[in-house]
Design a protein around this ligand. Structure first.
Ligand SMILES: Nc1ncnc2c1ncn2[C@@H]1O[C@H](COP(=O)(O)OP(=O)(O)O)[C@@H](O)[C@H]1O
Ligand SMILES: [Mg+2]
Length: 380
């Protein structure tokens, strides 16, 4: 077929135009791909978790930090309901989303919220969260930027605890000092008066006075014990061996029919520089508390673990547990809920761990047992 010249020119022109359009499209696609790559690199470099959900509450984006913070891989969560990451008591979250979609009134959009979330193993942890939403071509996406604030919260709690203990410690030292002098005077003069007495009944009463003075004196000495600076005798020691020693003693004191001791010791713990005798005292105090919390008997679990730059010892019991209010006070000197308690066991333990530059923490709910976590730095 012979085409007319003008027809051919027209076709050529059309093809050229199409090619131009195609080139422009390709260039657009290339730019889009580049910008998508940029965005996904940013998403995966930020240290905060970024999670997006669609309007059906399904996860559609989960960045690297989210994988690290929540412990799930992307494949495990994409397409799943966001409730997977939310403690069950907050799971009316999906209703908020529905309500938002209906009313579009942003109550929480663009505010920072303090909440808790759940990791893969079921562990709950504190987070701070900022929320945004976009609507493109009628498709709605919610995006949350989430920061894990566990360690921040831990440091805050530790500071608060240390401040409280320091304040109580100072008062205690002051009171002890103020009691000592009058006590000496009362004791000395009573001694003199007693020597001059001949009435047996009066002498007996003075002996009672001396008994009580002795008791006060010992108490004051104990207070001094608590407030004095701890002198550590440090040497390289194997924490597993320290724990084994403690358990040997505990098994002898507490009958095995009633109390069981489970050990789960990490083989790679190595040695740390510490005062093993003082640490023994700490572990014994905590185990004794655990046993006292289990009137009817039960199991004490002790595990050791190397965790980054720390050695972690966990001591759990199946006892009565500790209320939230008591948890704030158990490390205070003289705080006790037991009839014959002194309230000094945990206060002294706290001091010992503090001078080791470690930390000690209790996790408990009434009726569900208690776990003490003691962390010591591998090196100082
Ligand atoms: N494992 C535990 N289970 C339940 N309560 C505990 C446990 N450990 C400590 N406590 C609480 O902390 C308080 C303080 O403990 P402590 O300082 O050892 O003093 P004490 O044992 O003399 O009471 C206890 O009286 C108890 O209320
Ligand atoms: Mg105790």
């Amino acid at each position: 077929m012979i085409m007319e010249k003008s027809e051919e020119a027209r076709l050529r022109e059309e093809i050229r135009q199409l090619k131009d359009i195609l080139d422009a499209r390709n260039e657009q696609i290339r730019k889009l791909q580049a910008s998508e790559k940029k965005i996904s690199t940013i998403l995966d470099t930020v240290t905060d978790a970024i999670i997006s959900i669609d309007e059906n509450h399904r996860i559609i984006l989960f960045n690297n930090a989210a994988e690290r913070i929540f412990g799930y891989s992307r494949n495990e969560v994409i397409g799943k309901d966001l409730n997977l990451l939310i403690p069950s008591r907050y799971q009316n979250h999906s209703r908020f989303v529905k309500r938002f979609l209906k009313t579009k009134t942003p109550h929480i959009i663009s505010k920072t919220l303090s909440l808790t979330a759940i990791k893969k193993g079921g562990e709950e942890f504190p987070i701070e969260l900022g929320l945004s939403y976009t609507e493109i071509d009628g498709i709605i996406t919610f995006t949350a930027i989430i920061r894990d604030v566990s360690s921040q919260k831990r440091i805050e709690r530790k500071l608060l605890q240390s401040e409280r203990l320091a304040a109580v410690g100072q008062t205690v030292a002051h009171v002890a000092h103020e009691i000592r002098n009058p006590l000496m005077i009362i004791g000395g003069f009573s001694q003199q008066i007693r020597k001059s007495l001949s009435d047996d009944r009066l002498i007996q009463k003075f002996d009672l006075i001396f008994d009580e003075i002795g008791r006060l004196d010992r108490l004051v000495a104990n207070l001094g014990d608590f407030t004095k600076q701890y002198k550590l005798v440090k040497r390289p020691s194997d924490i597993n061996a320290v724990i084994s020693d403690v358990i040997k003693i505990m098994r002898e004191i507490y009958p095995s029919e009633k109390y069981l001791f489970d050990l789960d010791l990490a083989p790679d713990l190595g040695e740390i520089i510490c005062d093993p005798d003082k640490l023994k005292q700490v572990y014994m105090n905590i185990i004794a508390n655990g046993i006292q919390a289990m009137d009817k008997g039960g199991r004490i679990r002790i595990s050791t673990l190397k965790n980054g730059e720390e050695v972690e010892v966990r001591i759990s019991d199946e006892g009565i547990g500790i209320s939230e209010v008591d948890l704030l006070r158990i490390f205070e000197p003289f705080y006790t809920t037991r009839k014959s308690g002194s309230g000094l066991g945990l206060a002294i333990s706290y001091r010992i761990i503090e001078v080791h530059h470690g930390e000690i923490q209790a996790v408990s709910k009434p009726g569900q047992g208690t776990t003490f976590i003691i962390r010591l730095p591998l090196e100082e």
